[in-house]
Design a protein around this ligand. Structure first.
Ligand code: ADP
Ligand code: MG
Length: 326
């Protein structure tokens, strides 16, 4: 029986309740279809549970990364998923398997894929403001739950927000708790984490990380969902970091054509370089942009007919991780 506890790195949850199965994964599941996605150390594949015929997503995580034992990090990811089990907007964890080289997380399958795809889509496939309002409420409900439980996600970006279905547009599921940390009052997390474009200024400045760090990322996420453009993305990493630390954001009519002024006000309440000035998840949920009963009546700028061609964000994928500041 593998040991389910570990030494405590800063802010990591140390204990999990799920029984880790050591029998072969393939005894109970068949891998089907194509790969669902991949990150730096994980590959995610669709699978079917033999006993029930139900589809799931199996996330295969290597325990050794760059010569280091990362089992503890994966247990932390599992612990956070357990903690958020009751929240509908956090992906559900079904089963865990372990082999000599990998841990396999069997997750609820989010059939609609990453919201990233619709952020970069043009015209008819792109989100409308009404869609974004509904999805933002769900993201915030999930994140408010995490924050109430003193968990910060630290990697909120369009590749880690999935949809239960794409067409018709379903509900969101927050995934990838690989960087998540527990914020108990004594723990000061000062680490370089996250993805350049979504990373908050305090991370670049080696200042303490708080729940406000996630709120910055939600500001960036909302900007991207509404405009198809990444607010801080520069020609290179240095320029991106500079844009972030200076809080350099384009709120022009040109970028926000057809988007309400309440939406812009909402984003501005999050993209404050000073984390103490940023709205909390609960405050966001009562912001007039999200709390109104008929959100479409708030449109200030008349909606433009077809949206202008969106700026491609392919570079997002090349910058999945923040490696160094030089
Ligand atoms: P990493 O830590 O390597 O970034 P993620 O958990 O983000 O791993 O998974 C990588 C990708 O796999 C995601 O961006 C998404 O496209 C896909 N994916 C992850 N979990 C699921 C899921 N439960 N259902 C469907 N696709 C998923
Ligand atoms: Mg990811």
């Amino acid at each position: 029986m593998p040991d389910n506890t570990m030494m405590n790195k800063k802010g990591m949850v140390t204990k999990i309740h799920t029984r880790i199965k050591t029998e072969p994964f393939k005894n109970n599941y068949d891998l089907v279809g194509e790969e669902l996605g991949r990150g730096k150390f994980a590959v995610v594949k669709k699978c079917v549970e033999k006993a029930t015929g139900k589809e799931h997503a199996a996330k295969f995580l290597r325990k050794r990364r760059k010569g280091e034992d990362c089992r503890g990090d994966i247990l932390n990811e599992i612990a956070v998923l357990e903690l958020a089990k009751s929240n509908p907007y956090v992906v559900a964890l079904h089963d865990v398997y372990e082999t000599t080289s990998e841990l396999i997380l069997v997750l609820e399958c989010a059939e609609g894929g990453e919201i990233f795809n619709q952020c970069v889509a043009d015209n008819d496939e792109a989100f409308t403001e009404k869609d974004v309002i509904r999805l933002a409420r769900q993201i915030l409900a999930g994140v408010a739950f995490l924050h109430r439980n003193n968990v910060v996600h630290l990697d909120l970006k369009p590749q880690n927000i999935l949809l239960t279905s794409a067409q018709p547009l379903g509900d969101i599921r927050i995934v990838d708790f690989g960087l998540s940390r527990r914020m108990d009052s004594l723990t000061e997390v000062r680490e370089i984490l996250g993805t350049p474009e979504y990373v908050a200024p305090e991370i670049l400045n080696y200042e303490p990380i708080t729940t406000a760090t996630d709120m910055w990322s939600i500001g960036v996420l909302t900007y991207v969902m509404l405009t198809g453009e990444s607010p801080f993305l520069g020609e290179d990493k240095q320029e991106t970091y500079l844009n972030i630390s200076q809080g350099n954001v384009d709120y022009s009519q040109e970028v926000f054509e057809g988007v309400s002024s309440l939406a812009i006000d909402f984003i501005q309440s999050l993209l404050h370089t000073n984390p103490r000035k940023r709205a909390t998840a609960e405050e966001c949920l009562s912001h007039p942009w999200l709390s109104g009963h008929s959100p479409h009546v708030h449109t200030a700028v008349p909606p433009a007919p077809p949206m202008p061609a969106r700026v491609p964000l392919e570079s997002l994928d090349e910058t999945r991780e923040l490696e160094s500041l030089d």
